[in-house]
Design a binder for this molecule. Sequence first.
Ligand code: AN0
Ligand code: CP
Length: 311
Amino acid sequence: MKNFTTVEDVPNPPSLIRNVEKLIQSSTQSNMGDGKTLGLLFFNPSLRTRLSTQKAAQNLGMDVIVPNINSESWNVEFEDGTVMDGTTQEHIKDTIKVVSSYCDILGVRTFADLENAENDYREKVLSNFLTYSGIPVISLESATLHPLQSLTDMATISNLNIRTPKVVLTWAPHPSALPQAVSNSFLEWLPHINADPVITHPEGYELSEQFTDGIEITHNQDEAFSGADVIYTKNWSSFRHYGQTPAVEQSWTVTKEKMNLTNNASFMHCLPIRRNVVATDAVIDQSAVYRQAKNREFAAQAVLYKLLEEL
Ligand code: AN0
Ligand code: CP
């Protein structure tokens, strides 16, 4: 494996998912990464991705460097061909070439700006990393995908040992506009496990057909929840009216009453979660979310291992 930015970078996704499951069942350490350095650049906030990826690298004997790129470095220019006589001091191309010269593998978090669908969906920032770094690149959530989260989610669902679980991706409310990345990515990975998927969201919140093609979609959340084994919850902003948050009539917050419609489903969410907005305290407190968060470490470890094998 050369990079890890989409499921399409992975030669054998089911095998990688199995490797994560093995680590979930029995964690291991190795010296595979001795003398190797992982660099992590976060242009957006993170708790889980930052810590789980650092921990995973340590489990493999790697050194990790994580500059505070937004607060203690130069202001980065992302536009090509700009006359840099304003507030930005260093071009992203130069940042990438310099940082990668100190590293063997480079991770980057760069969220969607939710202003221009074309720029976000052609992964304007991430593509610079693939072009200029010259070393393997890991997405720590890009404008449109979050593969470390999805790999974790697939392994967490497989580990439930349900033959063909009914997996529901449900939209839930949020006070601000969020990217589609977690949901797109979840759908991109789902065909690589045995699952019967259903998507439910209010009208106006259709995801890109690139990811939903062939999957049942309903605007009736109760109907979707009926008989579900997994309730995967996420807010996202509109794809069609890009980055907007059209008003929604009824409540889409996941409650105990709604969970009672399911087949005793596991409630999953990538976190961070707005309590009593996205889902109620009672739902979150009895959910799989902490297991999911812990499994991020194992997903990152399995990915780093694969990249180190080919260095
Ligand atoms: C981000 C998102 O929705 O993409 C990160 C999730 C892992 N969430 C927020 O910004 C709240
Ligand atoms: N789920 C996730 O990626 O969390 P962070 O944004 O805290 O890294």
